[in-house]
Ligand binder design. Sequence first.
Ligand code: BTN
Length: 265
Amino acid sequence: MSDDLANALAPRLGTRWLGRPHRHRAATGSTNDDAAAWADAPHGALVTADLQHAGRGRHGRVWFSPAGAHLYASVVLRPAAVDARWAALGLAVGLGLREGLRSWCDRIALKWPNDLLVDGRKLAGILCEARWQGAAGHIVVGFGINLHATAFPPELADIGTTLETLVGAPVDRATVLAAVLGGLEPRLEQLADHGFAGMRRAYESVCSSIGAEARVEIEGVPSDVVVLGVEDDGTLRVHRTGEGRDEIVRVTAGELTAIDGPKSA
Ligand code: BTN
């Protein structure tokens, strides 16, 4: 166990419950797994690591997690009951992270459902995983934020960016972590108390997917769509065309792939 980030975070943390308690490891497989395995972790508990051997992203991808270069964090949520409002968790988390990062960069866009992009390059990603058995369970919210301007592997060089690159100066990991937890806490409370509807407009106003021409799988069928908006439950409203179709449909999950057009996802 390494105490570095835990010691540095404590005096900076302004949240009431998020990030408390905090376990930091020098190296681990995945902080999401550590958070899930932390049997008595209370609501808001935080796990971070300097490096992940098996960091993972959405759709089974690997999350590039070299030592000390970036921020790898997972929080445990224990909602009283998991109902429909939690389907929009990733969107609320994206908004909270964005708001926490605002003092470093105020032009972060959210790509539906939960990527943080600047100029089309990925700054941060979110992986929410729920483990539920009957009435008992928890949700783990993992996020990775690219911080330091270390070289990305060739396959990421053109698609990623780092906070340090955007700011043009070194950034302090503990200060960033404290700020994003501070941005997240009120959005998580809002989601738990009132659902996503009250933040839908805020989300739409920074969502780069809206207006985009994209390809997305709908009920197993790869479909060409124009993104129209986000619904109160966090689903995407799209205009689906091609192969004789001309319809407005909702997309509950998936990934938007850019296709050439005036505005790409
Ligand atoms: C994505 O954009 O595909 C999601 C990336 C999520 C990465 C974070 S890093 C901390 C936590 N631990 C993991 O293994 N994944 C998440």
